[in-house]
Write a protein that binds this ligand. Structure first.
Ligand code: ADP
Length: 246
């Protein structure tokens, strides 16, 4: 738990530090991007100049994405926990991504075990968790693959030494590229990403971890390179030690 808390602190510090910085970077970046676009569009310029201008556009857009996510992080409000129907929250996120899945030719399925207890959660936070996990799963899965999402009642231990708690398990399982041991160890580190070329910023999973910690929940991951990945998130349905400790 302590290691988890330290990571959350680090993340909060990253967010606060970058809020000011991000703001300062925003305007010059916009100018840079605009000028580079103007250059790239000048048909009379030599090909290599326009190609380079195109690279400037791409890379400035990448910085912009990172800056935007950092700002989101800095502005994120602490979770406000209330009794909530996880099914409605998660189903909305799955429906939001159905189009994306179809476009990628990935089968997206959703299953909910009934009866499901209510959880003590922040609705926006829970949806953010589901969104980040699902976007990753879809991105990791090649055409013809499958992403399985499910909700079920669960009993879990928030951390070693803490008593077991009842709650709900959100499971996101994909048949994607998977991860090796080295990547698996670093997935929750801020800025760790293997997808920078595709818009990755390495902030999705740190945010998941922070939100879950605020809920007094737990998150586990198992993965095999070349086979797939399974994230499981546990959200408590009652107050207990550790809840709201962050
Ligand atoms: P980002 O998605 O912006 O890269 P995340 O923090 O969400 O940042 O993820 C960090 C890294 O963890 C990813 O770049 C990827 O290497 C790995 N990862 C996350 N989810 C999966 C998954 N479902 N399958 C394979 N690798 C994953």
């Amino acid at each position: 738990l302590e290691a988890g808390l330290r990571r959350v602190d680090k993340l909060a510090a990253v967010g606060q530090l970058s809020a000011g910085l991000a703001h300062e970077i925003g305007s010059p970046l916009l100018i840079l991007n605009g000028r580079a676009q103007a250059l790239a569009a000048r048909a009379e310029l030599p090909d290599d100049v326009r190609r380079n201008a195109g690279i400037l556009v791409e890379q400035s857009e990448r910085i912009e994405r990172i800056v935007r996510q950092l700002l989101d992080l800095a502005r994120r409000k602490p979770s406000r926990l209330e009794p909530l129907d996880a099914l409605a929250s998660v189903r909305a996120v799955v429906e939001l991504l159905e189009f994306d899945a179809r476009k990628r030719d990935v089968r997206l399925s959703f299953h909910c075990e009934q009866p499901l207890p209510r959880v003590l959660a922040d609705g926006d936070g829970l949806q953010q968790v589901a969104l980040n996990l699902l976007t990753n799963a879809l991105r990791a899965t090649p055409r013809g693959g499958e992403v399985r999402v499910s909700l079920s009642p669960s009993t879990f231990q928030p951390a070693p030494g803490l008593r077991e708690r009842h709650g709900v398990r959100l499971s996101v399982e994909d048949t994607g590229v998977g991860m090796d041991e080295a990547a698996l160890e670093r997935v929750f580190e801020p800025f760790f990403t293997t997808w920078s070329a595709h818009g990755g910023t390495g902030l999705g999973l740190p945010v998941v971890k922070a939100i879950i910690a605020e809920h007094g929940g737990a998150v586990t991951v198992a993965s095999r390179a070349g086979q797939g990945t399974h994230f499981a998130v546990h959200i408590p349905s009652e107050k207990g030690e550790g809840a709201g400790a962050v």
